[in-house]
Design a protein around this ligand. Sequence first.
Ligand code: ATP
Ligand code: MG
Length: 248
Amino acid sequence: MENILTGTKIEKSFGDDPKVTILDKVDIEIKQGDFVAIMGPSGCGKTTLLFALSGTDTIDQGSIECEGIRLTGMKERRLADLRREKFGFIFQQPTMLKNLNLLDNILLPVLQNSQKNKADNLSRAKALMQKTGIIELAERETTKVSGGQLQRAGICRALMSQPAILFADEPTGALNSKAAEEIMTLLTTINQEGTAVLLVTHDAKVAAKAKRVLFMKDGKIMTELNIDSSLEEERVEQVLSAMKANGV
Ligand SMILES: Nc1ncnc2c1ncn2[C@@H]1O[C@H](COP(=O)(O)OP(=O)(O)OP(=O)(O)O)[C@@H](O)[C@H]1O
Ligand SMILES: [Mg+2]
């Protein structure tokens, strides 16, 4: 199966004097339908890796390919188009425009699309809001919903372009455990429907939803856990023992 994303010997450092290596020759492959979690101590380079793989930030050495197309060295304009078409992003807290309601915020990324797609976009946004359980909040101001509801809106927005891969940096980091569980159930469904998911988390229960867990340390991927149980409790147990073995 073709990789959606292939990172080869990715290197990144910050600063000149001294130069600090943040990503140290990282190799990573994400396949269609993959669900990958990245774990590791604070500062080990997880967010930097996500930014590098998604073309959000540049790298010093190595290459990144999306479905066989090389992102590294690509012209900015083309890279922006590719990111918009292929990638969806969710963060700890979605950034929403306060003067727009939830529905309009979800529609934002596709505003540039041609006029003839307007009706399709609107029905897609509404279908996503229905699916994520926030359709009643379509007209609501973004400051008047809960954190979990706002994150669901963030997920709807990320899915508007039908991305091949969803990047998520600690998507449950700002949520209570019930809302976190709901968001993870949603991400699992989205993954089962065909979108690859690459997420960063510190939470064993969150990582336990993934198929593979990569453990990072000092800018390197040290080990990979393939979760092989279908029982929730055993999955969490597997992640917890791998965390312990990797000093997370
Ligand atoms: N723009 C920058 N300039 C200089 N150093 C940076 C920059 N961005 C990140 N770093 C450093 O790179 C290292 C890795 O940061 P990164 O944000 O990738 O860590 P992380 O694994 O995501 O941590 P956390 O779990 O706390 O989010 C850190 O030491 C950080 O201070
Ligand atoms: Mg981070």
